[in-house]
Unconditional design. Structure first.
Length: 332
């Protein structure tokens, strides 16, 4: 398998040519990191007249090679892009696929430009306002995605199992080895109180079973993005917002995507966004279930491994945690 490293230009160029992704006369003038990412190898290839993005999955987390990760996640991403191509409104905000090479676990994508993602919205009010203004488009895009009829049955069990551990399990265990007090003094005690709350933990477990597809939900199973948060939103050169990185996509509970989005609006202090006013849900959709997935996302981002670049003190974190616990105890 080819190694997608910036210093492997000659081999990469040969492969791109063999795959028919570049013309005979085209040369890779430069290979550089495409942007911030942990899971995969992602490079921008500069061909002089044009650029393209190359993304490769490896059987571990690219940034932390001692942590194993599902090797074939890039195939899921490729399958997601194929399925989305059937809906023009969905495809319009995704990068076009130039090609997929299963043997080398390599995906070539249209370059949406060097515009940053939206993870600055947690700390920067101007960025948060941009996210607020992009929210209607993002929610309409999600409506179109969730509206795709008869999507291919993308199961993505391996990535779902990995995510399940990080979202529904690790943050609620007192023996998870995380030093939360090093992040915010006093946070560890809040985590212990959540882990002791049997009603909260029981509800989180039930939501995790629905996420895994092991328990039923009322809503129609739809094609989800699976990681619908500001790190997956890019500011394109033309001023529009675009969506990338569907490696956690699967066919399942639509409320999960909406819940994750709601949680990140809260972290960006954008609770005023009218999510339900812009999202056209599939049949059987439950606002309460979406709010509960939002609550779990809040808890796991504050108490779990995948921390966000927040600027928040203990009282702010306590307020988010308390609100999340209340939502999980709300009548359904
Ligand atoms: N099609 C694209 N056009 C422009 N930039 C891109 C494109 N795809 C990826 N990037 C850049 O590369 C970065 C990493 O890409 P991506 O999020 O797909 O990788 P990842 O390894 O799955 O990341 P993570 O560990 O956050 O899941 C993005 O944040 C973005 O800056
Ligand atoms: Mg990713």
């Amino acid at each position: 398998m080819l190694d997608l490293f910036a210093d492997n230009r000659v081999a990469i160029e040969s492969l791109l040519r063999a795959n028919g992704w570049i013309e005979d006369g085209e040369r890779i003038e430069q290979l550089a990191k495409a942007g911030d990412g942990n899971m995969n190898r992602t490079l921008r290839a500069d061909l002089g007249e044009r650029t393209l993005i190359l993304k490769q999955s490896v059987p571990f987390v690219a940034k932390y090679p001692d942590i194993a990760a599902p090797a074939d996640r890039i195939s899921v991403e490729a399958e997601f892009y194929r399925a989305s191509a059937t809906a023009a409104a969905v495809a319009a905000r995704l990068p076009k696929v130039i090609g997929f090479d299963a043997d080398n676990r390599l995906l070539a994508l249209e370059d949406l430009g060097v515009g940053a993602d939206f993870t600055d919205a947690y700390r920067n009010r101007k960025a948060a306002i941009e996210l607020r203004d992009a929210a209607p488009d993002l929610l309409q895009w999600l409506s179109a995605l969730h509206g795709i009829e008869n999507p291919p049955r993308i199961a993505n069990h391996a990535m779902r199992t990995l995510n399940h551990e990080h979202i529904f399990d690790i943050p609620f265990r007192t023996d998870n080895g995380l030093d939360l007090d090093a992040l915010t003094p006093g946070l560890a005690e809040l985590a212990r109180a959540v882990a002791r709350d049997r009603e909260v933990v029981g509800r989180v477990r039930a939501l995790g079973e629905i996420y895994l597809g092991d328990a039923a939900h009322e809503s129609r199973a739809v094609l989800l993005h699976g990681d619908f948060y500001p790190g997956s939103f890019l500011r394109a050169a033309d001023g529009t917002v675009r969506i990338i990185d569907p490696e956690f996509g699967f066919v399942g509970v639509p409320e999960f995507d909406i819940g994750v989005f709601i949680a990140h609006l809260a972290f960006a202090r954008l609770d005023e966004v009218d999510v339900d006013g812009h999202y056209q849900p599939p049949n059987g959709y439950s606002i309460v279930l979406a709010r509960q997935y939002a609550a779990v996302e809040v808890l796991r981002r504050l108490l779990g491994v995948a921390q966000l670049p927040l600027e928040a003190d203990l009282p702010s974190k306590r307020a988010w945690i308390d609100a999340a616990c209340r939502a999980l105890k709300a009548p359904r």
